[in-house]
Design a binder for this molecule. Structure first.
Ligand code: HEM
Length: 213
């Protein structure tokens, strides 16, 4: 139970921090995703928050691309969970004995320049402009994009992860306008990370929220 608890809370929280980091550094994208949400979702007349049913029925292509691009650029679990080979095998001429510890570099895979143009840039549009990228499955079928890993040890919480990311991000972006504290410049927001299984932002992200509705 403890594993599931950490695997579900830490990952979603850190992904949201990175999404907000990318958006605050790219004000035009922040504006675009908020405009999409605020026009596609019903006005919140009798309720305080966006609810899941609002999201399920709305068309939110840019918002969904922001989530995918966050998972691509800031690979939440960059080296996945370590594996061990079950028997001897040969890959590209290299003989790998049984019981070898294997780390899959999902971070590097999602920056492969053969698949991703300008791989280090945060560009949600890439998922809308390129049919090949748009149709990539992020649930482990396409090995070029495996933010949730793949195979039998792949993340069992994908559905909950995406649903929670969507509802939380939708509320954060719909209900508030976001800015920087006085005196802080956009360029000062860094992408430094602290070591660990999950890719955490080293320096906390401090933003100012202003209620929109
Ligand atoms: C943004 C959210 C999340 C991301 C990016 C994420 C990503 C991952 C990744 C990359 C792995 C390793 C997969 C592999 O090695 O092939 C993993 C494993 C795991 N995840 Fe998630 N996850 C998220 C949310 C969740 C949620 C919501 C739950 C449960 C409710 C969950 C439960 C687990 C568990 C139990 C494992 C270990 C599976 C095993 O080792 O057999 N995760 N996750």
């Amino acid at each position: 139970m403890q594993d599931v608890y950490f695997a579900s809370t830490d990952t979603i929280a850190t992904t949201i921090v990175w999404a907000m980091t990318a958006l605050i550094k790219n004000p035009s994208m922040l504006k675009k995703v908020q405009a999409e949400l605020r026009s596609a979702l019903p006005t919140l007349q009798n309720k305080a928050m966006v609810e899941e049913e609002d999201i399920v029925t709305a068309r939110l292509p840019y918002f969904n691309s922001v989530i995918k691009e966050t998972l691509r650029v800031y690979s939440t679990i960059p080296l996945l969970v370590p594996r061990e080979t079950m028997k001897d095998c040969t890959i590209d001429g290299y003989e790998i004995p049984a019981k070898t510890l294997v780390h899959v570099n999902a971070w590097a895979i999602s920056k492969d320049p053969e698949l991703w143009k300008d791989p280090f840039e945060f560009k949600p549009e890439r998922f809308l402009e390129d049919e090949r990228i748009f149709s990539l499955d992020l649930k482990g079928k396409d090995f070029g994009f495996i933010p949730f890993g793949a195979g039998r040890r792949g993340c069992p919480g994908i559905t909950m992860a995406l649903a929670t990311l969507e509802i939380t991000m939708a509320n954060i972006l719909y209900l508030f306008d976001w800015g920087l504290p006085d005196g802080v410049k956009r360029e000062a927001i860094d992408n430094d990370i602290s070591p660990g299984l999950t890719l955490h932002k080293k320096n906390p992200l401090l933003l100012v929220a202003k209620k929109f509705v």
